[in-house]
Design a protein around this ligand. Structure first.
Ligand code: NAD
Length: 260
């Protein structure tokens, strides 16, 4: 995007991938609004990145809120417009959670919480972003953070699988309807990315996922952030409705007997 004073909103920004994306955007000339449910962590992230942003003449704000709540999302966009004096040009729908449980043990509450955060949150932010962008006739880009399980079912992650499959279709449906307003909508499907959360989920996270990944390494938040830069580059203005895997080839491979 060539516009001066570009503004990005990153949801779930206090987490591993979100904070990596926010930092990369700042390093590439974007003003950034950081959203997260965890108000202490998002404020700490703002304090951490503030020096870098100020040095580059950029603005950075932390806006805590729940992406699954309509009133929080609407308030966040009003606050952003007020503080930055412009609506976001880029929305990164990154906030995401999961429940590690077999289908037979998954409670309705757990199912609803994941769907509300991952899918409804994505919808609510997309709608609000588009309403503001259309009102200002400014166009824009939306990037949804999906997963390899947009297309392949992961074991014991029923709610997560369903929500990410939904994100794949929401990306296409939104691209269709928002294209005429010059709003592009794409999805990034990360593979195994090392974050504090994923590291804590498996003791040998790096070793086990590197072995399965054709490029023989796990990904980093900076790999996902690099794909964000690709999709917002001026050379990408005809790309919409697509999912870009950032997985070292992990989800390109079929199951094959001698590999297992
Ligand atoms: P993470 O747990 O480190 O970060 C998620 C962030 O979202 C947290 O800061 C959390 O507080 C925030 N959040 C949770 N519920 C929220 C809500 N209702 N409203 C606002 N914020 C909320 O996770 P991560 O590994 O950085 O993953 C980020 C995204 O990338 C997720 O959508 C995840 O599904 C996706 N992803 C991650 C990997 C990976 O290997 N790390 C792989 C594929 C996809």
């Amino acid at each position: 995007m060539t516009k001066d004073n570009k503004l990005a909103l990153v949801t779930g920004a206090a987490g591993g991938i979100g904070s990596g994306i926010a930092q990369t955007l700042i390093q590439n000339g974007w003003n950034v609004a950081l959203n997260d449910l965890d108000s202490a962590s998002v404020t700490a992230l703002k304090d951490e990145l503030k020096k870098e942003a100020t040095k580059a003449g950029l603005r950075l704000e932390a806006i805590s809120g729940d992406v699954s709540k309509e009133e929080d999302v609407e308030l966040a966009f009003e606050t952003i417009t007020d503080r930055f004096q412009t609506a976001p040009d880029l929305l990164i729908n990154n906030a995401g959670i999961q429940t590690w449980k077999p289908l037979l043990e998954l409670t309705l509450k757990e199912w609803e919480r994941t769907l509300a955060t991952n899918l409804t949150g994505c919808f609510l932010n997309t709608r609000c972003f588009a309403q503001h962008a259309i009102k200002n006739n400014q166009g824009g880009a939306i990037i949804n953070i999906g997963s390899g399980c947009n297309k392949l079912a992961f074991p014991q992650l029923v709610d997560y699988n369903a929500s990410k499959g939904g994100i794949e279709m929401l990306t296409k449906a939104a691209a269709l309807e928002l294209g005429p307003y010059n709003i592009r909508v794409n999805c990034i499907a990360p593979g195994a990315i090392e974050t504090p959360r994923t590291k804590s989920e498996a003791g040998d996270y790096q070793a086990s996922w590197s072995r399965l990944t054709p490029l023989r390494r796990i990904g980093l938040p900076s790999d996902v952030a690099a794909a964000v830069l690709l999709l917002v580059d001026d050379s990408a203005t005809f790309i919409s409705g697509q999912t870009l895997g950032v997985d070292g080839g992990l989800f390109a491979q079929a199951i094959w007997p001698e590999n297992y």
